[in-house]
Design a binder for this molecule. Structure first.
Ligand code: AMP
Length: 445
């Protein structure tokens, strides 16, 4: 299967060749022809599958071949849950549309509205927005949505999880009824189906992978550890190769900040990225991580959603996510492009229930390996009564910051148990470095 056979215009084919893409991914092969024919589309695909190009390419083609570009009113609206994802989609559109005269702008919170208003006044073809800030613009009447021909709801499941249903409804009701709607979601949960029923017209469905599958190139490993010794164990793991870029997930923003402080005090270069940070701080943390100035990036689930970072050999779950599906999103940062990746989770007794959920969801083995010097007094309980942390619970403090890291000796891990799941796999592909910007005034896509 080639991009040519999907019916894409020569200007787009040239841009794809410039990107080094040789063939469409399954979601692109499934979605592009359907979207080019003008149908509404309900697509099940998660980050890492090439879903952005699956909607961006036919969208650019539609805008460049039908109607006028650079009118004052945007002709396409892409809604996305996070600022980082909006910035990444902007970068993708700019790459794919480099031989076309299509303009786009990002609209998201955390930065001043002024440049966004100016960009909208000058006129843009595509607006990429997070729902909250878009509603602010609607309220201030700085945005006219009456010319929107194509609506894209990207990571719709996450937008609903983040409580964006009310602004989404408000935005969609301000759009022309006659339009094409494309909805991308990691899963077709009932709420997604109901959103589609309400706002879409006879959508075609494309689903490339079983929902919640993970790249087969990722291996999974758990280090069981007492909650009070997690930080020491993390430091121990990180210290084995202090130059290696590592993404660490924390369940809470507070926990992420404390962890960064601890790692910095221990001599590592770390930064946190979460929703309480200003947009500038988030952008800086990400670009420092990408450039290698910082080797450990500690992220919360929502902040990490959609960040496009180069292939990482390892992702560490400092604590497990409350929702098993988030585990799949987290580890999508490793094992891309067919390269091997390791998803390592530090699991304390109170998280046994979460580990149980993940085991159920996963389609691969999880090796549970104790680290000498960090053994648990009793094994993790993985039966039906396995405990779960209460929502919002903070990470316990380490008794002594350096104690564990110095006390334990060897680095070999003792195999403890193996957990197996069902089948499944996902097409994942390469990543290139990108630098997210803040608000982007209208620029050539
Ligand atoms: P996405 O799922 O849209 O976040 O895409 C994941 C990564 O795959 C991005 O870094 C894209 O640049 C890259 N990508 C998208 N389509 C292709 C393709 N057909 N071949 C190779 N890489 C791709």
């Amino acid at each position: 299967m080639s991009f040519e056979s999907l019916g894409l215009a020569p200007a787009l084919l040239r841009a794809l060749a410039d990107q080094g893409y040789t063939q469409p991914t399954p979601i692109q092969a499934g979605a592009i022809p359907v979207v080019l024919e003008g149908h509404d589309l309900l697509a099940a695909a998660q980050t890492g599958t090439g879903k952005t190009a699956a909607f961006a390419l036919p969208l650019l083609q539609h805008l460049s071949t039908a109607g006028q570009t650079m009118t004052r009113r945007p002709r396409a609206l892409i809604l996305t849950p996070t600022r980082e994802l909006a910035a990444q989609i902007y970068d993708n559109l700019r790459d794919y549309g480099k031989h076309l005269r299509i303009s786009c702008a990002t609209i998201f919170g955390g930065v001043s509205m002024g440049p966004q208003i100016q960009a909208l006044r000058r006129g843009v073809d595509i607006v990429i927005a997070t729902p909250g800030r878009l509603v602010d613009h609607m309220q201030q009447r700085t945005l006219d949505l009456s010319g929107v021909e194509v609506l894209v709801l990207d990571e719709a499941d996450r937008m609903l999880d983040m409580g964006f249903l009310p602004p989404l409804k408000r935005i969609i009701s301000a759009l022309p009824k006659q339009r094409q709607t494309l909805l991308f979601s990691a899963t077709f949960a009932p709420e997604i189906k109901s959103l589609a029923m309400q706002f879409m017209h006879a959508p075609r469905e494309v689903s490339v992978t079983p929902a919640n599958s993970v790249a087969t190139t990722v291996s999974h490993e758990v280090h069981p550890v007492d909650a009070s010794r997690k930080r020491d164990l993390l430091l121990h793991v990180l210290s084995k190769d202090s130059r290696r870029q590592t993404l660490v997930f924390s369940r809470t923003k507070h926990g992420a900040d404390k962890l960064v402080k601890y790692l910095e005090q221990s001599g590592l270069r770390a930064a946190a990225i979460h929703g309480n940070k200003s947009q500038n701080a988030r952008t800086r943390a990400l670009s420092d991580f990408k450039s290698g100035r910082v080797t450990v990036l500690v992220a919360t689930d929502i902040a990490a959603r959609g960040i496009d970072i180069d292939q990482l050999p390892i992702v560490i779950n400092f604590d497990l996510p409350m929702v098993a599906e988030d585990y799949v999103h987290r580890i999508g940062r490793t094992g891309r492009a067919g390269a091997d990746g390791l998803a390592l989770s530090l699991v304390s007794h109170d998280e046994s229930g979460l580990l149980r959920d993940i085991r159920k969801l996963l389609a691969q083995d999880i090796a549970i390996n104790e680290v000498p010097g960090f053994e648990l007094s009793s094994p993790l309980r993985l039966d039906a009564s396995a405990p779960r942390p209460k929502q919002g619970q903070r990470q316990p403090q380490a008794r002594s910051q350096r104690q564990g890291g110095q006390r334990q000796g060897g680095s070999s891990h003792r195999p403890h148990a193996h957990v197996q799941g069902g089948g499944g796999g996902e097409h994942a592909m390469g990543n290139r470095k990108r630098r997210p910007r803040g608000s982007r005034p209208a620029a050539k896509a």
